[in-house]
Design a protein around this ligand. Sequence first.
Ligand code: HAM
Length: 455
Amino acid sequence: MAEKSKKPELIQTAKGMRDILPFDYMARLKFLEKAKNIAEYYGFKPIHTPYLEKEDLFTAGVGQNTEIIEKQMYTLKTRGGDKLALRPEGTASVMRSYLQNGMQHLPQPVMLFYDGFFFRHERPQRGRQRELHQFGMEIIGEGSSIADAIIIKTCLLILEEAGLKSLKLHINSIGDGECRNTFKKELAAYYRKKAGRLCEDCKRRIKTNPLRLLDCKEEKCQEIKKEAPQMMEFLCEDCKKHLKELLEILDASKIDYYLDHHLVRGLDYYTRTVFEIFQDEGMAEDEADTAEGKPETLPQEEIANEKPKKLQPLALAGGGRYDMLAKMLGGKNFPAVGCALGIDRVMSLIKEKQKFVPKEKNVKVFFIQLGTVAKQKSLNVLEVLRKGRIPVRHSLNKDGLKGQLKIAARIKSPYTLIFGQKEAMDDTMIVRNMDTVAQETIPISKLVDYLKKRL
Ligand code: HAM
């Protein structure tokens, strides 16, 4: 007996991946347009770097012992044997491009912006996508604190222009290669004494990445963190001066900040300034969470019964100075500073998303085609109208006059173009005024001028 063929299962997106549907995507495009306008006004130029880079770029730049490299990178081996990675972030790529393309020979600083998707194999949960959307800005070739201030200011402006209020800037200095090393040793020594009371991750971090001890969110490590040594006490004179100057510029620009001694960031390339921007109000449960976005370990009934609670605000943007990155990538030293905004998180907070979706244009002309020859030629006619910048709606999949007129009436277009068999042969068009029902036959070569005079 012939085997009954099995209906194939509907193929879905891979775990942690999602589609961005038209409404959301249009809102993102609008947000990006505003972000680009601000960046360009401040002197940034656009750049695109590849989605796939050599894996070494990120292990060298972001750091072997960071969470991103240890656990979250999507890597692959090509048929030729190259080890590549889907980019988890944009800064290392932009610096690689700066060095590779000799941008150090351009007038400095070089100011670049980018947007696009990045990939981190994170546990899917609120505000954490595996394919994340960022808008980033980088200033390379400038070591003074005014560059840090420009990055912070433009980043805040973009969030404010998106309508976000109560933004809170957390800022810290993690020193340079020298003074940070002394601090790291001191920190590791302090934590080593308390190792018995630490979570497993922190026990590991004492050896691998002591700075990240300050970043731990585990309840049991919080008391220990409170008493931990602070970087401020270890900053060298130059790093202190850099921070002082930056804070003075922020004060003069009336930008509020919170000096957050525990802010260290998750990427190894940072030196001196690090910052993150939050929305102070936190996220309301329904804005930030979908059942899909909840931790995957929570059973569905638990999700449903959970009481609404104020959630920990997530960073909407983060960045800092990275004066050593160029050297880590094999180049000479070039001071640099930058930031990236998380567009997924920003979009989930924009309350009136409708405002971010461009309104559909009020289309004044509806095009109707009747018969085989007219249908065949209709793409040419639409092209004449597009070149003449006449916005047109049509319904090329329909055949009958009645159905097409019905749509024209529904969208209330004042003019209808009727392209029948005869018109298709003569290269003419019937133009019907839908108010007066008056009709005129116009040669297609004169159609754009005719409509422009009336619209
Ligand atoms: P980052 O802090 O890893 O920094 O990411 C910047 C922003 O991207 C975060 O503040 C957050 O809003 C968003 N983000 C990060 N991970 C996720 C995720 N899994 N899902 C959704 N959103 C996420 C960087 O990437 C640096 N390259 C920023 C930088 C530029 N530093 C200097 N220049």
